[in-house]
Ligand binder design. Structure first.
Ligand code: HEM
Length: 402
């Protein structure tokens, strides 16, 4: 495919998936974004873009930029993949539409509103306990513990086997990137977890009164097949946990670093949503999305051949100075509309209201119970081919007085 690259487009030897890039990604994002609207990544034989306008335009053109060839680096139409494709994420119109419709109903505003009180009570319990401890790992003990406490029950997963959830999600995201050591390690660790997910997708192993039941109800109505319903349950296990966990961790890190933002949230806990949204803009937990061209296309002066992968650098676009003023600053006064951490267009995250609600109840509980939040040690970055955030985030909090 390299021969299709025009001589005029910038070429880069930067490797966004090198261990050093994954550990410190912002300079890499910036270098690739500033090189040009579209950059040829020589190491991977693909195009990349970190410009907000270009990323948004590609997200919104599923006819030319398809998802069914995979949304990672692998072209799953031609190369072997580690699992059968997702019926929603890795699908194009018109097939995508029927699955999207089911998931939009399953995760509707009404459903999220119904779950909120229960989620809030769990968040409050967890935060009260942690604030009482004084020091804890906000990545593990809060950002990770909370979604694991509430989401599997809301979906209707069986009590047994849940220890496999994060191992499976890790493989899901490592597999979107190159077949490097992180991927090989994730494959080796996930043998039991993959078996668990195949078991957990089956109707008889799910609680029919929960969200999974609504997915199978769509199968009973004949909107989708029973097998596809199981595949949609799988999307909860793949897409809904790690992303939210990292997003909440990023918001807490931003609060620990920004006294003004923390004081604003303390004074008005209803700012929790704004904190989460600006955190997602500032440090997108899911910084890469892939698309594949269905035909030759010219975009921003670059000529892309058919069947070429384009890597959308979402994290870079969310800090594009052409779109955002002082993009490196975490700023609660900012209008975050147009931030791309959830994608946009027909595949824009169908779970975003769930993610926002989970973050809101955790961050507002923290604001209501803690007087101060500060880092108690250096955070450890998450090392993943396809995700960003913190593996560990030691914090010290004081209880709120009065
Ligand atoms: C902070 C948390 C989250 C982030 C950053 C995030 C990010 C994203 C992004 C970027 C996409 C677009 C992918 C593409 O265009 O190819 C997406 C799609 C999707 N997300 Fe999320 N997500 C989050 C939470 C969730 C949750 C909580 C769920 C489920 C409960 C979920 C389920 C999905 C599904 C099923 C899709 C595919 C939608 C489609 O293809 O039509 N996500 N997400």
């Amino acid at each position: 495919m390299t021969d299709l690259r025009p001589d005029t487009a910038p070429v880069s030897d930067v490797d966004p998936f090198a261990p050093a890039s994954l550990a410190d990604p912002i300079p890499v994002d910036e270098a690739l974004r500033e090189l040009g609207p579209l950059v040829w990544l020589r190491k991977y034989d693909l195009w990349a873009t970190g410009r907000h306008e270009t990323v948004e335009r590609i997200f919104r053109d599923p006819t030319v930029f398809e998802s069914s060839a995979g949304t990672g680096l692998t072209n799953i139409k031609h190369e072997e993949n580690w699992r059968p494709p997702s019926v929603i994420l890795e699908a194009d119109p018109p097939e995508h539409g029927k699955y999207r419709k089911v998931m939009t109903t399953v995760l509707s505003q009404r459903v999220i509103r119904r779950l909120k009180d229960e989620f809030r009570a769990h968040a409050d319990d967890l935060v009260a306990d942690l604030v009482g401890r004084g020091e804890f790992d906000a990545a593990k003990d809060l950002a990770e513990a909370f979604p694991l406490r509430v989401l599997p029950d809301a979906v209707g997963l069986a009590p047994e086997g849940r220890e496999h959830l994060l191992t499976y999600a890790n493989l899901n995201f490592q597999a979107m990137g190159p077949k490097n050591a992180l991927y090989q390690e994730a494959v080796a660790n996930a043998v039991d977890a993959t078996q668990y997910v195949n078991w957990q997708m089956r109707r008889e192993n799910l609680d029919e009164d929960k969200l999974a039941g609504s997915i199978f109800a769509a199968a009973d109505k004949g909107d989708i097949s029973a097998e596809d319903a199981g595949m949609l349950v799988r999307t909860f296990l793949s897409a809904g946990l790690d992303t939210t966990i990292l997003g909440i961790g990023i918001a807490i890190k931003a609060l620990a670093d920004n006294e003004t933002a923390w004081q604003a949230l303390r004074a008005d806990p209803s700012l929790a949503r704004t904190v989460f949204e600006e955190g997602l803009r500032w440090y997108a937990p899911s910084p890469f999305i892939g698309r594949t061209t269905t035909c030759p296309v010219e975009i921003d002066g670059a000529f892309l051949g058919a069947a070429q992968k384009v890597l959308l650098l979402v994290g870079a676009a969310n800090r594009d100075p052409r779109r955002w003023e002082r993009p490196e600053q975490f700023d609660l006064a900012r209008d975050t509309s147009g931030q791309l951490a959830f994608g946009t267009g027909i595949h824009g995250c169908v779970g975003q209201m769930m993610a926002r609600m989970e973050a809101e109840v955790v961050l507002s509980a923290l604001a209501e119970r803690a007087g101060s939040v500060e880092l108690a040690g250096p955070p450890a970055p998450k090392l993943s081919n396809w995700l960003r955030g913190y593996d560990s985030l030691p914090v010290r909090v004081t209880p709120k007085r009065g």
